[in-house]
Write a protein that binds this ligand. Structure first.
Ligand code: FAD
Ligand code: NAI
Length: 469
């Protein structure tokens, strides 16, 4: 009889956990995955990436049809109206198909789904819905949840988190978003396009923290032009709700006179924090760092041998593709192979219109590093306004920026604002993964007419001149 029930039990079936479980099973390990939700796929498929992209897509089409922006192409609509229930239904259908797809993949790969919440009872065992299970290896992939804002209680009616904002039963008149980060701008865009007035209250002096400075500035300009009311350097100090209306008290982040803002909907989107509550980590001999995350080594193993962790519960960007890649690599380590994730080349995409995508160092980070090492950087930029396809499609907002080491010409970072920046960034990732120089990109033949040619021209601008500028 086997010593343990499983070779590997993965806790959590989000992009980190479900991918790890499938990879481990493919590598011949007897694998189970614990998930307490009624469907697989975690935050990403159920209440994150997928439903948000469904609403972003649908609201974009609605806005195009309704705003008259297609008239210039000779396409006239009359009587465009919103059926929000149908929009939600189509979103739910996409979510259902994708979460059902994971269930199918589990069956196909012989991964057991253990339903319920897992709590450690030792470094090799856990309790799930009153039953005990043992495993030679355990992987924690419990993800993250919304960071609460003291004084602004989420009721999922008037004051909502991202999950509530993905399911509003009607378009708010005035939506106040607390936090000018990725969730605030994506979900703010959805409701702005569907007719809400949207105010973004951001604590810092610019939106989109962590992104390239020039990108942050340009993005703010574009969002303001679209109708977002963006209030940076402002903090919310409290909220009261009465009769379906929230009254928020706000004041300058640096302190000063307070004022009130009324809204029929408030979205709290000030970040997310690792999920470790109820896991009884201490029973396994584990603890969390100062930010509540589980620390791991290069092999994704925690301080306890045989216990691994991946995804949002660990340090690093909270992104589905980062979680997935870590899940694959960690499963490979469990199976005795060497898994690899290059954490220097993880793209980030904000799915607003236009999209904002970035990989590698920002110009500020690259300059700072160069100053320390005595090196220099070069920057090439190309505006989408000068890209023939963007001009033809009438989607000319944005630019491409390539940052390279001045001496070696190696690409250090790429930042794009463009209608399809999220797709364009993949080329930059591949180039950086292969250690490309800006010249490598500049001398690569790009199909014409495509938005991707803007990346080629920005790369040309690093050491010389682009053609179309
Ligand atoms: P999760 O997806 O959070 O999955 C963890 C799972 O573990 C959950 O299902 C949870 O129920 C389960 N669990 C937790 N504790 C236990 C327990 N004790 N027992 C059993 N099960 C447990 N990222 C992108 O890359 N692109 C996007 O477009 C994008 N959009 C997003 C939009 C929104 C609105 C949000 C909120 C997030 C978005 N993200 C996006 C982030 C992305 O969803 C996360 O980075 C990703 O889901 C992390 O994967 P994970 O596997 O680490 O955790
Ligand atoms: P975020 O970290 O992107 O943005 C939070 C914002 O809130 C920051 O700008 C921060 O300065 C601000 N803030 C913090 N406290 C505040 C306060 N008290 N008052 C006003 N502003 C305050 O976090 P967000 O948007 O909640 O997203 C969480 C995570 O989900 C992100 O880390 C992101 O990686 C992930 N995500 C990714 C998406 C994508 O890849 N397209 C889409 C949505 C979420």
């Amino acid at each position: 009889m086997a010593e343990h029930d499983y070779d590997l039990i993965v806790i959590g079936a989000g992009p980190g956990g479900y991918v790890a479980a499938i990879r481990a099973a493919q590598l011949g390990l007897k694998t189970a995955c614990v998930e307490s939700r009624e469907t697989l796929g975690g935050t990403c498929l159920n209440v994150g990436c997928i439903p948000s992209k469904a609403l972003l897509h649908a609201s974009e089409i609605f806005h195009e049809a309704q705003s008259g922006s297609l008239t210039k192409f000779g396409i006239d609509f009359s009587g465009v109206s919103l059926n929000l229930d149908q929009m939600h239904a189509e979103k739910a259908k996409a979510v259902g198909e994708l979460t059902g797809g994971i269930e199918f993949l589990f069956k196909k790969n012989k991964v057991d789904w253990l339903k319920g919440r897992a709590a450690f009872t030792s470094a090799n065992s856990m309790d799930i819905a009153g039953k005990s299970y043992t495993a030679k290896n355990i992987m924690i992939a419990t993800g993250s949840s919304v960071t609460p804002l003291p004084g602004v209680e989420i009721d999922q009616k008037v004051i909502v988190d991202s999950t509530g904002a993905l399911a509003l039963p009607k378009v708010p008149k005035h939506l106040v978003v607390i936090g000018g980060g990725v969730i605030g701008l994506e979900l703010g865009s959805v409701w702005l396009r569907l007719g809400a007035q949207v105010t973004v209250v951001e604590y810092l002096d610019q939106i989109l923290p962590g992104m390239d400075g020039e990108v942050r500035k340009e993005a703010a300009k574009i969002f303001k032009k679209q109708g977002f009311n963006i209030r940076t350097g402002t903090k919310v100090t409290g909220a009261t709700v009465k009769g379906g209306t929230a009254t928020l008290t706000v004041e300058p982040a640096a302190g000063g006179a307070s004022e009130t803002i009324e809204a029929d909907c408030v979205l709290v989107a000030i970040g997310r924090r690792a999920n470790t509550d109820g896991l009884a980590l201490d029973k396994a001999g584990l603890s969390v760092n100062g930010r509540g995350q589980i620390e791991i080594g290069h092999d994704f193993q925690t301080s306890v041998p045989g216990i691994y962790a991946v995804g949002d519960v660990c340090p690093g960007p909270m992104l589905a593709h980062k979680a997935e890649d870590e899940g694959i690599a960690a499963a490979e380590f469990v199976a005795g192979l060497t898994g690899i994730v290059n954490h220097d080349v993880i793209p980030g995409v904000v799915y607003t219109y236009p999209e904002i995508a970035s990989v590698g160092l920002t110009e500020e980070e690259a300059k700072e590093k160069a100053a320390v090492s005595g090196g220099e950087i070069k920057v090439g930029k190309f505006p989408m306004m000068a890209n023939s396809r963007a001009k033809t499609n009438r989607d000319t907002d944005g630019f491409v920026k390539v940052i390279a080491d001045a001496k070696t010409d190696r690409v250090l970072g790429v930042h794009i604002i463009a209608s399809i920046a999220g797709s364009m960034i993949a080329e930059a990732c591949t180039a950086m993964e292969f250690g490309a120089t800006s010249e490598d990109i500049a001398y690569t033949c790009h199909a014409h007419p495509t938005h991707a040619e803007a990346l080629k021209e920005a790369a040309m601008a690093v050491t010389g001149k682009p053609i179309h500028m």
